[in-house]
Structure formats: C-alpha cells, structure tokens
Design a protein around this ligand. Sequence first.
Ligand code: ZN
Length: 130
Amino acid sequence: MVDFSIYDQKQPEVNALQCPNCKTVYYPAPMVCTKCHTRRDPSQVFFSAWDKVPVEGPCKLLTWTRVWALPEGYNVKYLQFGVVEFENGLRASVRLEADEPRTGMALYAAAGVTTERSGKDVYGLIARAP
Ligand SMILES: [Zn+2]
C-alpha cells in the first residue's frame, strides 16, 4: 500500500510494507501475503501490523519512458517515468529526473514534491542521478 504520510510530518515519505511472518517486502502490499498467507489488517484489530519499510535509497533504472502529450496545465515539455529496483530487490515506479536516462543507470530515489503543475503540491517518489 502506498503510504504518503504527509499530514503528520514535514518530510513526505513513501513506505513499503513487510510481512511480519516471512519478512517479504511488498510495494504495494496485498491484504494477504502471497507466500505465507499472513493477513494484513490496517485497523490492527484482528491481526498485527505489517512493518513499514521506507522506499528510498540507491536503485537501478530498469526501464523508462518520456511522455510528451501532457494535459493542459503543465509548464514543462515532457515528464519522465521509470521503474527502478532497490538494493533489497523491491521494484517501484518513479518520477524520473535524469537528463539522459539510460537503462541500468544508478539512481537515488526519495519522496518529494512534484511541482510541474500549478495548484496543490503533489507528492511522489522521485529518482535522480546521485
Ligand atoms: Zn508472509
């Protein structure tokens, strides 16, 4: 489950969830672990909570794309998106901010604010060249 914990802290963060039984990390997380069938209960009434694991740090670019046809309201020519793999094997889709993206390149991903569009800030996972 994507968790943008922006309301109780200054710095936004994105978390993956880890199964408390078999330690498999998911992003996004299912309601039932696909490996050991441990249930996830966001209310924590019936089952224990799954641990939050920050989705942040060094990663490798697996694939990427550049979108030129943007909806009205964007003040940039294009946006780039990618799929990265972190050192723990977790994969995530990211906003890609690299001048010349290359598949396999080393990046650093962290939660941040995307401000291409006027209006409210939008929080997301951003990958940049280290
Ligand atoms: Zn499990």
